[in-house]
Design a protein around this ligand. Structure first.
Ligand code: FAD
Length: 461
């Protein structure tokens, strides 16, 4: 049975009575609320520490409710047949997700998307967690890494003292405060009759996909970047320094027509095998996951609006039919380098009493954050009962996002990621796009059902 931990409540000294619990969760957002529910349902006593309602907040949250949705009210597509996030919804429902139950109950019309009445949704989650007999919700800010069993689910706007403690434990540069995301392209949508594989000066392996531009194409491209519609920064993001090493391409383009050709679009040392010469400019893509299905556009972090990115990047030779696993962006976002720091069960390698869950692990989005909260809790519950939980297979949506953040992603270029089919092992052969999506979800459902069966055998009744 789990160890029982006892400690004084902080920071409200007046309430200094002893509380016993099996595990502490820090952060009552989408991930922390989901995690608390699963641990409590497993019969474990949970202390859920949430700083909102205790005198602190984040720049984006507006209420004291658990699981507040800070921006859009959408959980994105609910299509479990053709969409990876819809598939993740389905898997979470099958696992008894509180977030999905509350979302379904407070659904509002939004076509094939799952959008919710955000107030009803958050009130429902808050009520369910607060009323669970195994959960104690404590409105407190946590500033240090605990020594007992803990899940940290403090999200993209983690309190600064705790963020510093995480950075100190994990090492310099292992906790990012901004994501600077370059677009990521599905490998099988790149036209390799135009692009070619090579490394600069033929050094090392032919590791990069290179897309060549002539002068006219380059000039048009730079003009499109300068003219394209951009996303503004939030007021509270403006003062956070991010520029070193991750300047948006449109800012480089604004500095002069040659800037990009001397930066990420430098053609030097790249012989195009079709012409025997260096192109005028080049866009390079580098492998982004161990499966080799996703490739990131090197140095192409951007604040261009998503529609503009698709329009402008499809003018690059070789990317005319590019499908984007995710588009570029730059936001304030605390996240750790999970592929380097976490083991396959989301434990910090250097301090295995601590697990991470939610957006701070480098998954992206409400649904993915809740899903990682769910699986972190299941792993923690198994560990506290001295059992082992088999990991969800990588063919499933849950297994794919978990495998990505705990090792499948390249630690050097790690940036937050939504669930998508490119995170799953590739399907054999080629097929039409619509058929392929269905084939991914059919395979995922079979793998998930098999995994569930194994769980039922290993979980006590
Ligand atoms: C401005 C903004 C807009 C976004 N828009 C969207 C969107 O439209 N769609 C989408 O899918 N995703 C969006 N996201 C991402 C979104 O934040 C995550 O998808 C989701 O909220 C992450 O869930 P989480 O549980 O990891 O973090 P959160 O939901 O942020 O929960 C973390 C919780 O931890 C608490 N906390 C932090 N530090 C401490 C501490 N030291 N002690 C105690 N408690 C602490 C916070 O108060 C918060 O309640 C947005 C993020 C931001 C910042």
């Amino acid at each position: 049975m789990a160890a029982i931990y006892a400690f004084m409540l902080r920071p409200v000294e007046a309430k200094s009575f002893l509380v016993t619990f099996d595990i502490q969760i820090i952060g009552g957002g989408l991930a922390g609320s989901e995690a608390a529910w699963h641990l409590a349902e497993a019969g474990l006593r949970v202390r859920l520490s949430e700083m909102r309602g205790g005198g602190d907040s984040t720049p984006a949250h507006e209420t004291d409710r658990l699981a507040e949705m800070v921006c859009s009210n959408s959980f994105r597509s609910d299509d479990a047949e053709h969409n990876a996030v819809g598939l993740l919804h389905q898997e979470m429902r099958a696992l008894g997700s509180l977030i999905m139950r509350a979302a379904d109950k407070h659904r509002v019309p939004a076509g094939s998307a799952l959008a919710v009445d955000r107030e009803g949704f958050a009130a429902e989650v808050t009520r369910a967690v607060e009323q669970h007999p195994n959960v104690t919700v404590v409105r407190e800010r946590v500033d240090a890494l605990p020594d007992h069993s803990t899940i940290i689910a403090t999200g993209p706007l983690t309190g600064s003292a705790l963020a510093e403690a995480i950075a100190a434990e994990t090492g310099e540069g292992a906790l990012a405060f901004f994501d600077a995301i370059a677009p990521i392209v599905h490998r099988d949508s790149i036209d390799m009759d135009v692009a070619w594989m090579a490394a600069r000066w033929d050094k090392g392996g032919k590791d990069y996909i290179n897309c060549p531009l002539d002068k006219a194409q380059y000039d048009d491209f730079v003009a499109a970047l300068v003219d394209g519609d951009k996303m503004p920064f939030h007021d509270w993001e403006k003062d956070t320094p991010y520029f070193e090493g991750c300047m948006p391409i449109e800012v480089m383009a604004e500095r002069g027509s040659e800037t990009l050709r001397h930066g990420p679009m430098k053609p030097v040392g790249l012989d195009n095998p079709r012409t025997g010469r260096w192109p005028y400019a080049v866009v390079q893509l580098r492998q982004d996951n161990a499966l080799g299905t996703l490739w990131n556009m090197v140095g192409f972090q951007t604040k261009l609006k998503h529609g503009e990115q698709v329009r402008i990047f499809r003018t690059i030779p070789g990317l005319e039919n590019a499908e984007f696993a995710r588009l570029g962006g730059i936001h304030r976002n605390s996240f750790i380098n999970s592929p380097r720091l976490l083991d396959s069960e989301l434990r910090l390698e250097s301090r295995p009493n601590i697990r991470f869950a939610g957006q701070i692990t480098g998954c992206e989005g409400y649904v993915e954050s809740a899903a990682v909260g769910l699986i972190a809790a299941r792993f923690a519950a198994a560990e506290l009962r001295a059992e082992t939980l088999p990991a969800p297979p990588p063919e499933t949506a849950l297994g794919a996002i978990l495998a990505h953040i705990t090792g499948g992603a390249d630690a050097e270029t790690f940036q937050p990621m939504n669930v998508n089919f490119g995170l799953m092992p590739p399907l054999p052969g080629r097929s039409r796009k619509a058929d392929r999506k269905k084939a991914y979800t059919d395979r995922a459902r079979a793998a998930f059902a098999e995994w569930l069966e194994r769980l039922m055998v290993s979980e006590p009744a």
